[in-house]
Ligand binder design. Structure first.
Ligand code: PMP
Length: 364
């Protein structure tokens, strides 16, 4: 036995995470490139100072005020208002989903998604001793309803994880699929629609939140890390039937949301319009980037998110490295031959375009 005496299935595994490199143009982890205004920063600072007065006490374990604020925020995006008792939150939506697997997965149970998809999903399964099954997506990365239905009937998963838009492809889920999959999963499982990038979806497309009143087994997760421009805040949340929130309470660590996290998240919600103010221009920049890439002859997956998956490259690592050498960091992820670029400011995207043309020209 080698030291440390780690679980054998974890031995030698590299921790998950994209390289964090200090380069001028960072387009690798789908952050919002725009930081908060001076007014938002001042409100956040005041709120933290107020929370600090009682830091000798544990925070509100039920984060009641924050749940109320998040419910009001989500209610803007759905036809039926979301209630505070339908909200759960944690330190990033990664933690929310780990808690979902802790409560609804486990030994003898199965979690299912469709590849290529978010690479943390199998890690939640591994860490909770849940069996992991990955079906496949179509050539264009969409989900075929009949294929999905057949696999669910065969595997009978306790948890189905479906991001919309999907990461790393950007593919949106057809809203009609949600009701159909909730029905086939039935009450022996839950469907988690991961809307980490939901606010970037095309206008006119409903959020999965609209399907909540019809489906007790539906969970919709969101995060403040992406459109909300709060990746450093670490606040993710979900909306679901209150019984699902109660089940998570059993597995959550006590006081998991610090007093400062709650204070900062509430301040961020007060500045929601401003923090989300660049979503429309990021969507435009995304569509322009896709058009430009296609005009250059690249293949690009249709995207409803703040990133684009493009290729195909015989040696994608060489292209990634070439961009990095020119000060542009993107992500080497997705199926072989593809690369993913996050959408930054117009100036950052200009740097990306110039660097990419230069790399391709140099290696031709
Ligand atoms: N879901 C998807 C699809 C993601 O891409 C990410 C982050 N990359 C997350 C969830 C988790 O984000 P966070 O923990 O910052 O909320």
């Amino acid at each position: 036995m080698t030291f440390p005496p780690i679980r054998p299935e974890l031995a030698g595994i590299a921790p998950y995470g994209a390289p964090q490199l200090d380069v001028p143009v960072q387009l690798n982890v789908n952050e919002n490139p725009y930081g908060p205004s001076a007014a938002a920063i001042a409100d956040i600072a005041t709120s933290v100072a107020e929370a600090a007065v009682t830091l000798n006490r544990y925070p509100d374990r039920e984060f009641t005020e924050l749940r109320t604020g998040l419910a009001a925020y989500l209610s803007r995006d759905t036809s039926t208002p979301v209630l505070p008792e339908q909200i759960w939150a944690a330190n990033g939506s990664n933690e929310v989903m780990l808690q979902l697997l802790q409560a609804f997965g486990g030994p003898g149970r199965t979690a299912l998604s469709f590849a290529p998809t978010y690479s943390m999903y199998p890690e939640y399964a591994r860490d909770t001793h849940t069996t992991w099954v990955a079906g496949t997506r179509e050539q264009d990365f969409s989900l075929d309803l009949d294929t999905a239905r057949a696999l669910i009937e065969e595997v009978r998963p306790s948890v189905v994880l479906l991001p919309s838009p999907n990461n790393p492809t950007g593919t949106a889920l057809d809203p009609a699929v949600i009701d159909a999959l909730c029905e086939v999963i039935g009450e022996s499982g839950i469907l988690v629609v991961d809307e980490a990038y939901g606010e970037f979806r095309r206008q006119g497309v409903p959020s999965a939140l609209d399907a909540l009143p019809r489906n007790r087994n539906l969970v919709v997760t969101r995060t403040m890390s992406k459109a909300f421009a709060g990746a450093g805040l670490r606040l993710g949340y979900l909306a679901a039937d209150p019984a699902i929130c109660d089940a998570i309470r059993v597995v959550r660590l006590p006081y998991h949301l610090s007093a400062t996290t709650q204070a900062v998240a509430l301040a961020a919600l007060r500045h929601a319009d401003e923090l989300l103010g660049n979503v429309a221009s990021l969507r435009e920049e995304r569509d322009a980037t896709v058009t430009w890439l296609r005009d250059q002859g690249f293949t690009v997956a249709d995207t409803d998110a703040n990133y684009a998956l493009f290729g195909m490259f015989e040696d994608r690592h060489a292209v990634w490295q070439g961009l990095l050498d020119r000060g542009v960091l993107i992500r080497e992820t997705g199926p072989d031959g593809w690369l993913r670029v996050s959408i930054g400011t117009p100036a950052e995207m200009r740097s990306f375009r110039h660097a990419l043309l230069d790399v391709v020209k140099t290696s031709a």
